[in-house]
Design a protein around this ligand. Structure first.
Ligand SMILES: [Zn+2]
Length: 141
């Protein structure tokens, strides 16, 4: 009974987490591996040798996920920050790129306050304009 609860809790957590695309995805492999002892126990008890042997392959696959997402190439991002200003729309883009893995994040904020109909007079026009008028902000001093 305890084994079935363990399989259910860790198994469900594992599959839902590995399906994600955010930072929680890599926690799924830990949940998956944590569920394996319950598989070994319950299949041993029930003498289900096929699934017992299969459990070794599952454990190996979860462990490989932990190796790939927690150990191999794992690093703290080293951000290179670039700031761009779109003057007509008063938008500041902060673009940061990791020097190690090329991961990229773009944040934007509005400089001052403008009503939305002023910020977005026309979406197509806006797209064209921001490509033309977005320029790097050079640090002062
Ligand atoms: Zn990185």
């Amino acid at each position: 009974m305890i084994a079935q609860i363990g399989i259910m809790c860790f198994g469900l957590t594992a599959v839902f987490l590995v399906a994600r695309k955010d930072k929680w995805q890599r926690f799924g492999y830990i949940a998956g591996l944590a569920g394996q002892p319950f598989w070994f126990y319950t299949t041993w008890q029930a003498e289900q040798w096929g699934i017992f042997i299969l459990s070794f392959f599952y454990a190996w696959a979860w462990a490989k996920g932990i190796y790939n997402y927690w150990i191999k190439d794992y690093h703290r991002h080293k951000w290179h920050v670039e700031k761009l200003l779109n003057d007509p729309h008063q938008i500041i883009f902060t673009i940061r790129t990791c020097e190690k893995c090329q991961a990229r994040e773009i944040l934007l904020r509005f400089k001052g306050w403008k009503p939305w109909d002023v910020i977005y007079p026309n979406l197509q026009e806006y797209e064209r304009e921001w490509l033309d008028k977005t320029v790097p902000i050079t640090p002062k001093g």
